[in-house]
Design a protein around this ligand. Sequence first.
Ligand code: HEC
Length: 220
Amino acid sequence: MKLLPSLIFTSILTLSLAHAQTTMCFKENHKSISTIETTSLNGGECQNQKSVQDMKKEGWSVADIDISKTENGSNYIYIFKKEELVLSSVNEKALEEKILQRLEERKTLELATKKKEVKMRMSKDGKKLYINKCQSCHGENANEIYGTSRALTELNFFDFKTTLRDYGLGEYDRGQAFVMLPYANLMDSRDVKNVYSYINSLKPKENQKDTQKEIIEEAK
Ligand code: HEC
């Protein structure tokens, strides 16, 4: 599958294959701090030959230093790090799979973020509308029984949506539809989702989940 432009290809290639190496070198009982960088170090990749300066020339950077005083000077412990590209060890198929997997992961993340944003936006818009136009009758927490109406938190999204539509069509009446009619008429389908999203946020957490999915599916 050659779906990706070569530009993306190479940039992801270098990103995903940057591979960090670390090594530890040390020097015991060294006398002067002014010469430590040019003194050959023991251990690790320094192999009793390379100094800090040599290591830097080879592309290592100092990730950490630990210095402790001793009777004869100081002990120095260096941790070096190097980012390396290992290009040859990966075949093209594996690479493509990796890239596709990355893209898939990113898509999932973006979708999750978008859903969250949609939810927050809906709930915020809905809150304003609910407080201004519905709260006086249906209560601050949407759980009051007003006249012939049930508590709105008792209704699932489907019932909520259809009852409001049916008020507009003159097909739903629990006895006082005339009181509710003007409010049903002022909401468009977006308002209905927004308001329900807000009502949903007033319910106990464990009752919110499915409904959110239902509303967001519709809002997409
Ligand atoms: C002036 C008071 C009042 C206001 C304001 C009001 N409603 Fe109502 N609502 C009622 C009454 C009364 C009923 C019951 C009507 C009937 O008998 O069918 C009702 C019923 C409903 C129902 C159906 C409930 C059920 O049990 O089936 C929904 C949904 C609803 N209202 C949503 C809203 C929304 C959303 C708003 C704000 C945009 C709103 N209402 C504003 C008085 C009000």
